[in-house]
Design a protein around this ligand. Structure first.
Ligand code: SF4
Length: 270
C-alpha cells in the first residue's frame, strides 16, 4: 500500500488525514510516513525528531573581480542576478546552483559557496516512521531539499506520502510512486474545477483516485456525479468539533475510524 495525498489548497486537513491513515495502517504492520511539504512540514511535531543540517552549493559574486560585464544576468534563466544602478544584486536564496553564470563570466568573478538550506531527519513512534525535511525560512527554492529528502529516504514498504501543496509538477514528482492518489479538499466554490484537474492527473498516472471531502457531513450531489464520471471514489469526513492543533484525528474522533479504514482498504491496505 502506497497512498499519496495531494491538495490544491492549504488548510484542508492533509496533515491530519495522512497521520491518521499512517497510524491506522500501522496497527497491522510497519508504515513509512513521508512529509514532502518541506516548506510547511506540519507532521514533524507529532514525532520525536532527529535531524541533520543540509547544505547546498550556490554561486556568489567576487565584487573585487566584477567589472559589470553583465553576462551572468543574461545566462541566469531563474532571474537571480539583477542589475541595480551601477551594481549587480545576486539574490543568493533563489540561486539554484546550476553554474551557468560562472561559465559565461569573462572575469571569473563568480565563485562557489556552500550555504545551509534546511534539515532532513526522521522520527519513529511505534510502527510509524516519519521521514521529513524542513526548509530554512529564508530559502526561496525548495527543489534541492525535496530531491535530497527522496535520495536520503527512498520509498519502501507500506507508505503514506504527503505531497507538497498544489496539483502541479513539483507535487506530483514527489508522490509519483503512489499506488493510489487521494485529493484532500473541502466543499468550496471551486471544488469541481479542482476535482477535474485531479481526475486528469489520476488518468495520466493510471492509478486509482479518491476525493476525500474534509469537514463535510456528505459529498454534494454535483461533486459525487463528477467523481463518478471521472472514475474517482469519494469519501467525506465530518468536521470534528474542538480538534485543537497538535491533536490527532483518530484519538479525538474515534467515530471516524470506519471511514478511515475504508480509505486504507480502498488504497490497497489490508
Ligand atoms: S548558479 Fe545558476 S541559478 Fe545561480 S545565479 Fe548562476 S545562473 Fe543563476
Amino acid at each position: 500500500m502506497v497512498i499519496g495525498l495531494l491538495a490544491g489548497r492549504g488548510n484542508v486537513g492533509r496533515t491530519t488525514l495522512s497521520l491518521a491513515l499512517a497510524r491506522l495502517a500501522a496497527e497491522r504492520s510497519k508504515v513509512s510516513l513521508y512529509e514532502y511539504d518541506v516548506v510547511s512540514p506540519k507532521l514533524i511535531p507529532f514525532f520525536p525528531w532527529q535531524a541533520e543540517e543540509v547544505k547546498r552549493r550556490i554561486t556568489d559574486i567576487d565584487r573585487e573581480k566584477c567589472t559589470l560585464a553583465g553576462k551572468c544576468l543574461e545566462a541566469c534563466q531563474f532571474g537571480v542576478i539583477k542589475r541595480e544602478g551601477d551594481s549587480v544584486r545576486h539574490r543568493l536564496h533563489l540561486c539554484r546552483g546550476c553554474g551557468a553564470c560562472r561559465e559565461v563570466c569573462p572575469e571569473r568573478a563568480i565563485v562557489w559557496k556552500e550555504v545551509p538550506c534546511g534539515e532532513i531527519g526522521r522520527g519513529e513512534q511505534g510502527n510509524v516512521t516519519l521521514h521529513a525535511a524542513r526548509l530554512r525560512p529564508e530559502e526561496g527554492w525548495d527543489g534541492f531539499l525535496t530531491r535530497k529528502l527522496r535520495e536520503t529516504f527512498p520509498q519502501q514498504g507500506d507508505a503514506v506520502l504527503k505531497a507538497p501543496l498544489g496539483l502541479s509538477a513539483p507535487a506530483l514528482r514527489m508522490v509519483k510512486e503512489s499506488e493510489a492518489f487521494v485529493l484532500v479538499s473541502t466543499v468550496h466554490p471551486h471544488v469541481e474545477d479542482e476535482v477535474k484537474v485531479f481526475g486528469e492527473i489520476v488518468q495520466g498516472f493510471g492509478v486509482p483516485g479518491a476525493v476525500v471531502l474534509n469537514l463535510s457531513a456528505e459529498v454534494p450531489e454535483s461533486v459525487s456525479r463528477l467523481c463518478q464520471s471521472l472514475g474517482l471514489t469519494t469519501f467525506s469526513l465530518p468536521r470534528v468539533e474542538g480538534l485543537a492543533p497538535g491533536r490527532e484525528l483518530l484519538a479525538e474522533a474515534p467515530e471516524l475510524r470506519p471511514t478511515l479504514e475504508e480509505i486504507i482498504a480502498w488504497g490497497g491496505g489490508k
